[in-house]
Design a binder for this molecule. Structure first.
Ligand SMILES: NC(=O)c1ccc[n+]([C@@H]2O[C@H](COP(=O)([O-])OP(=O)(O)OC[C@H]3O[C@@H](n4cnc5c(N)ncnc54)[C@H](O)[C@@H]3O)[C@@H](O)[C@H]2O)c1
Length: 265
């Protein structure tokens, strides 16, 4: 049976780990040729090896999405390597914690550069290729925290909220050309965002993991998502199954953004 992305080519940023890797594996299984773009070469090459072991096609390109020239080169190289570009998933993202008075200007600028400007650069340089392919899909990975605010992540919330609005704006400009732009808003997903928790001393790491589990337990579904559950939604937005979905912010969050986890009264 033909895959849902047979004959298509996709670029996925931040595909060296977590959600991006799950999306790369899923898209390749559905027939897409995948460019894995990531800062982390070891992670990116591991994703490529996993795709190939699975019978798919992938290549790795080292790229910092905060560097507009690098994004342009990566996207042009991806389109040249596979002869076309149909799908871009702007997934690379980082978070830095600290209330406004404590968050450094450098950390603010870096989070905005990676999580928001990186999305703009990706779209800017992918759109001409998508047009040439006769249309395509851009999927921007935002977050539940682009919709509801969480404590101590001002830059992350601002960037992820910005991604939703940027998604809508791009969708307005390009829908008539068959380029559909949508956002995905995951809730808690069982990844190790930025390797931050894995890098902690064991006691702190265990405490951070326990806190995350406790937060996830407050979601109506009561658990974290598996990265594959986010990849399934990305596949929907990338495929023709979502042909009438334009500028959406699709929450895949176990109900996190529709609830307030306290009792009445
Ligand atoms: N894990 C969650 O609970 C969760 C929830 C909501 C949204 N998200 C979003 O999902 C996306 C993926 O997160 P994840 O949980 O898989 O994290 P992760 O840390 O496992 O993966 C992120 C990947 O992005 C790469 N990356 C980081 N900065 C980059 C840059 N400047 N240029 C290129 N690559 C870069 C990292 O090397 C890594 O491979 C992020 O945008 C994140 O904000 C995650």
């Amino acid at each position: 049976m033909a895959g849902k992305l047979e004959g298509k080519a996709a670029v996925i940023t931040g595909a060296g780990s977590g959600i991006g890797r799950a999306i790369a594996l899923r898209f390749a299984r559905e027939g897409a040729a995948v460019t894995v773009a990531d800062l982390d070469a070891a992670g990116g090459e591991t994703t490529v090896a996993q795709v190939e072991a699975d019978g798919g096609r992938a290549r790795f390109v080292a790229c910092d999405v905060a560097d507009s020239a690098a994004v342009r080169t990566t996207i042009d190289a991806a389109a040249a390597a596979f002869g076309r570009l149909d799908i871009l998933v702007n997934n690379a993202g980082i978070g830095v914690t600290g209330r406004a008075e404590d968050l450094s200007i450098e950390d603010w600028n870096r989070v905005i550069a990676v999580d928001l400007s990186g999305v703009f650069y990706g779209a800017k340089y992918a759109i001409p290729h998508l047009r040439r392919a006769g249309g395509g899909a851009i999927i921007n990975v935002s977050s539940a925290f682009g919709i509801v605010a969480a404590p101590e992540v001002p830059a992350y919330c601002a960037a992820k909220g910005g991604v939703i609005m940027l998604t809508r704006q791009l969708a307005v400009d390009y829908a008539r050309e068959g380029i559909r732009v949508n956002a995905l808003c995951p809730g808690y997903v069982a990844t190790d965002m930025g390797g931050r928790r894995a890098a902690l001393p064991p006691r702190q790491r265990d405490a951070a993991n326990a806190r995350r589990e406790a937060n996830a337990a407050l979601q109506p579904i009561g658990r974290q998502a598996h990265p594959d559950e986010i990849a399934a939604a990305a596949l929907y937005l990338a495929s023709d199954e979502s042909s009438f979905v334009v500028g959406a912010a699709l929450c895949v969050d176990g109900g996190e953004t529709i609830s307030f986890p306290h009792l009445f009264g």
